[in-house]
Design a binder for this molecule. Structure first.
Ligand SMILES: Cc1cc2nc3c(=O)[nH]c(=O)nc-3n(C[C@H](O)[C@H](O)[C@H](O)COP(=O)(O)O)c2cc1C
Length: 149
């Protein structure tokens, strides 16, 4: 099975507060939990200062289908695909939402990075840091259906 990983950045069209899973963000998290577990999608949605980034990994067709759904969502804009590649192994074992906020991050980690200048590798590293320190919502992969496609 071919695994694909994509990375995009975007800007929220609604106010985002660190650690809040209410309002539009709560809806997005619920949709992600439902759909991604069923589609064997792992990765992370990073909620940064006035910015989103997301890493989506899984079977190629499922990743493409999911991104098509996400990219036209009016809850964010300027959705920019930053990387799309086949991968041999997943970087993320589940799908989660991580917040880049001072309250969560170690002092050595900046609360803001320059996403316009960031390479895909830098964004992946940021995702791993948020996975480690900033996660308040996560969903396990449904491994029982992971062989079907
Ligand atoms: C920043 C952002 C990230 C999103 N991430 C996901 C995701 O990872 N998976 C997903 O299925 N939907 C995601 N969505 C929601 C989709 O755009 C879409 O609203 C949803 O999948 C529709 O599902 P529903 O009909 O069950 O509500 C995201 C939306 C936004 C704005």
């Amino acid at each position: 099975m071919t695994l694909t990983q994509i990375i995009y950045t975007s800007f929220p069209t609604f106010p985002v507060r660190a650690g809040w899973l209410t309002g539009p963000l709560g809806e997005i998290v619920r949709a992600g939990r439902d759909h991604n577990a069923r589609n064997q999608i792992s990765g992370i949605l990073g909620v940064e200062v006035n910015r989103f980034f997301q890493i989506i990994e899984g079977p190629a067709s499922r990743v493409e289908e999911t991104f098509e759904r996400i990219r036209y969502d009016t809850r964010h804009f300027d959705v920019r695909l930053r990387s799309s590649r086949d991968i041999a192994v997943r970087t993320f074992q589940d799908w989660s939402v991580g917040f880049a906020a001072r309250a969560f991050l170690p002092a050595s980690e900046p609360t803001q990075i320059d996403f316009d200048a960031a390479s895909p590798d830098v964004i992946i590293k940021r995702g791993q840091i948020l996975r480690r320190y900033g996660v308040i919502a996560e969903a396990g992969l449904d491994r029982s259906s992971a062989s079907g496609s």
